[in-house]
Ligand binder design. Structure first.
Ligand code: SF4
Ligand code: SF4
Length: 91
């Protein structure tokens, strides 16, 4: 039997720079967990940027960040996980 130890699913925190977005919807279409959706609002360039529909489903795969042609979206590891790792390393 394989032992995975304390392997925990990663959680992402999504950051969208709405005004860099060109509204291509790649991030929405290719997110494997259906986390994002295009909004009805307009940014300064007149495009519809995405919004975060359900951040809890984000698994920090960073695909959205990788495929965005405008560098308008990026993902960081959720703080609670980083805090958990820090407290484990202190003990
Ligand atoms: S990091 Fe992955 S799961 Fe999270 S929003 Fe981007 S594509 Fe979706
Ligand atoms: S991939 Fe980038 S430019 Fe395209 S909709 Fe998403 S955030 Fe906007």
């Amino acid at each position: 039997m394989v032992y995975f130890g304390n392997l925990k699913a990663k959680k992402g925190e999504i950051h969208i720079n709405k005004d860099r977005c060109k509204g291509c919807a790649f991030c929405v279409e290719y997110c494997p967990h259906d986390v994002l959706e295009m909004s009805e609002e307009f940014n300064v360039k007149g495009y519809h940027p995405p919004y975060i529909k359900d951040e809890d489903k984000c698994m920090y795969c960073q695909l959205c960040e990788t495929i965005c042609p405008e560098f308008a979206i990026f993902v960081t590891l959720k703080d609670e996980e980083e805090e958990g790792e820090k407290s484990q390393s202190r003990s």
